[in-house]
Design a binder for this molecule. Structure first.
Ligand code: NI
Ligand code: MN
Length: 226
């Protein structure tokens, strides 16, 4: 069975596979480029990479409406649990076999305070194994050489930030592709705000000229199945 992905803008994806609907980093309210509203999006599981507002986003409201389980680091899981939500906490390097597939938390070099300034634990990326396919969502991070270790798992799809300023920019994201060696790359975390404006087609051209990966530039609302 294919895994169906829909890009909702910024770092947010909806994913259908393994009999479940996943939502990653649902920053929808306040995102000028969001392709869906927090009132209409569906989710059985909501994965939150870190507590910054542009990733935690509408996670709590969507979980309250849908009954979705929040998946994130221990601190985010405690935060969700304190609001009466179902949550599953993991931490960096740890994985768990959910009914739809496996989620492993990877390192991410970034911060993770909640919008009120309280401690949000360490930020993470996600290595998802669904329908036998490995998907790496790097979330917010700078370049790190251990991406090579993630690549050794055999990555069908790598979702990488290219916005610069808060995360890797296009040049470092291209180096990341060389370390990970995925089959397909999707760039994210650009254009939402003025300080992260980028031309994703320049990045795509460089990826396809210098690596074996195919680069897919998705507009918010567009889907891809793998
Ligand atoms: Ni962030
Ligand atoms: Mn961010």
């Amino acid at each position: 069975m294919p895994v169906e992905l829909t890009y909702y803008g910024h770092a947010c994806f909806g994913l259908k596979g393994g009999g479940a609907t996943l939502l990653i980093d649902p920053f929808l309210t306040g995102n000028p480029l969001a392709a869906v509203s927090a009132d209409e999006v569906e989710a059985d599981y909501i994965l939150v990479s870190h507590a910054h507002g542009d990733h935690l986003g509408d996670a709590v409201a969507i979980a309250q409406r849908t009954g979705a389980t929040i998946v994130g680091n221990h601190e985010i899981a405690i935060y969700a649990g304190n609001q009466g939500l179902t949550a599953h906490g993991l931490h960096i390097g740890g994985g768990w076999d959910f009914p739809f597939g496996r989620i492993k938390l990877t390192i991410a070099h970034h911060g993770s305070s909640f919008p009120d300034g309280s401690y949000g634990g360490n930020p993470c990326g996600f290595l998802l194994t669904i329908e036998g396919k490995n998907i790496y969502h790097a979330c917010d991070t700078g370049l790190f050489y251990d991406m090579k270790l993630i690549g050794e798992e055999g990555i069908e799809l790598a979702i990488l930030p290219i916005g610069d300023n808060y995360t890797m920019g296009p040049k470092d994201a291209l180096r990341a592709v060389k370390l990970i060696e995925p089959t397909v790359v999707i760039p994210i975390h650009y254009d939402t705000f003025d300080v992260i404006k980028q031309d994703p087609t320049d990045f795509a051209r460089a990826v396809e000229a210098e690596t074996k990966a195919r680069c897919l530039v998705l507009k918010p609302g567009e889907s891809y199945s793998l």
